[in-house]
Design a protein around this ligand. Structure first.
Ligand code: HEC
Length: 112
């Protein structure tokens, strides 16, 4: 009985993920689309992946956040092709729009 419920729950989960068109990695909460492994490798050391997945921004704003972390928070330099993949991934899957989180703070207003 328990088994059948679990299977039904799993099926429902699979269906709801299929409905949004992408699988979510259970470990990080990241949408599993090209580039996600770069984000997994570089963006979860200092804070939770939730901080990333709850943010929404366009490419330029994602880049500004990365530069701010590099200039003030010891985020390491990312190889250009890795940075390119990460920015493409974030801008595509976490674009501006509906978000539970406040808008990113303008880089010039961030602490130094
Ligand atoms: C070396 C440490 C470090 C790494 C690695 C790191 N961050 Fe951060 N990040 C921080 C710190 C510190 C903050 C501010 C923490 C806070 O507000 O709790 C922050 C804040 C953020 C925020 C919130 C910005 C805002 O406006 O509030 C986002 C989004 C974010 N990081 C995304 C990323 C992404 C994407 C990556 C991978 C490219 C990454 N972080 C990797 C240190 C890091």
């Amino acid at each position: 009985m328990k088994h059948r419920q679990a299977r039904a729950a799993a099926a429902a989960l699979t269906l709801s993920l299929a409905a949004v068109g992408a699988e979510i990695d259970t470990g990080t909460g990241l949408v599993m689309q090209p580039g996600w492994q770069d984000v997994r490798a570089h963006c979860g050391t200092c804070h939770s992946f939730g901080l990333v997945t709850h943010q929404r921004a366009d490419r330029a704003t994602w880049l500004a956040m990365i530069r701010w972390m590099q200039e003030t928070q010891n985020l390491w330099e990312l190889p250009p092709e890795v940075e390119h993949r990460i920015l493409g991934y974030l801008a595509e899957h976490y674009p501006p729009g509906q978000s539970g989180r406040r808008a990113p703070i303008a880089p010039e207003l961030m602490p130094r």
